[in-house]
Ligand binder design. Structure first.
Ligand code: NAD
Length: 524
């Protein structure tokens, strides 16, 4: 029997060639009426949709042969993923494919805002000749600070280099070598980037760490007349702080494609010549649409042919098969993955996991869940245990799994190590087949449940330091429900559980304390 795929939304013509080459039949029925779709869905092995066609429980109940649902795009809100998973149907979507379009829009915005092009254009339409008002700047020889040097940030760097800009980046999760290849100077802290940049462009995901990352304090640290762009995600820049910085003259020009609320209601800045605004159109090009379409068709065919898929969204029917011990190990590995970049960074993105005792056979599971946890901290792409190894590879993160001896009196234990001189280490174990615990960080042994709002700090150990930290935390109204502090020679490591998520100001205050060398926060 030939495989058959139904396409219920618009796809560009050239993607049909992929079906023909692979010998897979397809029916192209964009805008098919719902009743008819319910009637014929039983004949198909795969279905490809955009957001216009909902894939509901009702539809899935009738789709007796269906093995895969492809979403041309990223959002999967229109698909009942739980129902699909229960029925063993794989859901795939497409991430990436739009990097060039978004990078080009960034460059367009950069030029448009420093020269006041939208203002001049609007003036002409309104019969005004703003020649004197529009006295802009060149980009040549200016320093560009890129926050997030991933797919899009890298493409922006390549283009900005051709303009003769000096390139800097802040991205704690990429290796030095990646920045060097792009002729970008990788800076250690966000503050360094804020201080050095004439133009700042954001290409980081919206995560716990980046939400509100650019606020009042950060604007204060920027150069006067700074140019700032956000083409990534609304919410990374605090807009109240941005508007105040525009009004005070701190910001000389700005451009936005994304907003905390979309569409923005009543945009407060109207008569500012050096701004450029677009309605979240970063990926709106013919080419990005074609890339996304080819990617989803390829993935759907790969799934039907039993080959590896690039962007799976769900994990059909696997969960119920796991024993409590395996389930606990999944949780432990995922939480250790979340802790890893916060505690150790990813400057040398080679990580080794050693499995001992009854954990020895869990290599694949530990790898998938550890990478899932790690990636959710550093990307807003949909990450799960299936696509995590693939996404990690794409980001140059290498994970080596080995088994070993030397159980330290535990029945099972895993050690996670960064390949950077051996300092960055942690260990975890599962007790009584179900209780998962972190047992070691940086060679200090203890036992803590990785759950809740965890704050880690490193110190140059000095009398009074714990009192000072406790005071700062209490004076901002937080309760500490657990506290551990370990010292070895002059080095101190502290772990605190807080009753609620700490504000950025508290973290900054702690970082600025004299004897504190590192502060990391993770919500587990
Ligand atoms: P990517 O995952 O390839 O790159 C993101 C980079 O940000 C990574 O290198 C990561 O290490 C880095 N990063 C993570 N946390 C960081 C932090 N706290 N500080 C600094 N850097 C950090 O993603 P991408 O495809 O390049 O996309 C970047 C952003 O652009 C995403 O938020 C994405 O949602 C957004 N985007 C916007 C549009 C649009 O229409 N405007 C379209 C596509 C993507």
């Amino acid at each position: 029997m030939k495989l058959k795929v139904l396409i219920t939304d618009n796809l560009p013509e050239q993607t049909f060639e992929i079906f023909r080459k692979e010998g897979v039949e397809y029916d192209y029925r964009p805008g098919i009426p719902w009743e008819e779709l319910l009637e014929i869905v039983k004949n198909y092995d795969g279905i490809i949709t955009r957001s216009r066609t909902p894939v509901t429980k009702e539809l899935l109940e009738r789709a007796r042969k269906l093995k895969v649902i492809g979403r041309a795009g990223v959002g999967v809100d229109s698909i009942d993923i739980e129902e699909a998973s229960k029925r063993g149907i794989l859901v795939v979507n497409t991430a990436g494919g739009n990097r060039i379009s978004v990078a080009e829009l960034t460059i367009a915005h950069m030029i448009a805002c420093v020269r006041g092009i939208p203002y001049g254009h609007q003036g002409i339409l309104n019969g005004k000749w703003h020649k004197k008002k529009l006295f802009g700047h060149e980009l040549y020889r200016k320093s560009l600070g890129i926050i997030g040097l991933g797919r899009i940030g890298s493409e922006v760097a390549r283009r900005a280099l051709a303009f003769g800009m000096k390139l800097y980046a802040y991205d704690p999760y990429i290796p030095q070598s990646k920045a060097e290849k792009l002729n970008v100077k990788l800076l250690k802290t966000l503050d360094e980037l804020l201080a050095v940049s004439d133009v700042i462009t954001i290409h980081a995901p919206l995560t716990e760490e980046t939400r509100g990352m650019i606020s009042y304090k950060e604007f204060e640290k920027m150069k006067d007349g700074v140019v700032i762009l956000n083409i990534a995600r609304g919410g990374i820049i605090d807009h109240d702080a941005l508007f105040e910085a525009v009004k005070s003259g701190k910001v000389g020009a700005f451009a936005l494609d994304v907003y905390p609320e979309e569409p923005p209601i009543d945009f407060p800045i109207r008569d500012f010549p050096f701004m450029s605004l677009t309605p979240h159109i970063g990926a709106n090009t013919q080419e990005a649409m074609e890339n996304v379409a080819s990617m989803v068709v390829t993935d759907v065919i790969n799934a039907l042919r039993g080959r590896e898929v690039k962007s799976p969204v769900n994990f059909p029917l696997q969960e119920s098969a796991a024993t409590p011990f395996v389930k606990a190990y999944k949780k432990l590995a995922e939480r250790m993955g979340k802790l890893f970049p916060a505690l150790f960074g990813l400057k040398t993105p080679v990580i080794e996991i050693e499995l001992l005792g009854s954990a020895k056979n869990l290599g694949d599971i530990v790898k998938a869940y550890f990478l899932k946890g790690l990636l959710t901290q550093i990307t807003d792409t949909h990450v799960n245990e299936i696509n995590a190894p693939y996404l990690a590879k794409e980001k140059g993160i290498e994970l080596i799994i080995k088994t070993g001896n030397g159980l330290h009196n535990f029945k099972n234990i895993i050690f996670v190590k960064g390949y950077d001189g051996g300092k960055n280490k942690m260990a975890g174990s599962v007790f009584d087949e179900k209780y998962y615990r972190i047992l070691n960080i940086k060679d200090f042994w203890f036992e803590i449940e990785p759950r809740g709002e965890l704050l880690f700090f490193e110190t140059i150990d000095t009398p009074g330091i714990i009192g000072e930290i406790g005071y700062k935390i209490a004076s901002r109204g937080y309760n500490i429900s657990d506290l551990r502090y370990f010292t070895r020679r002059k080095f101190g490591l502290g772990i605190l559980k807080l009753d609620k998520k700490p504000e950025r100001e508290l973290l900054n205050e702690l970082k600025n304390l004299e004897y504190i060398t590192n502060v990391a926060y993770v919500s587990l």
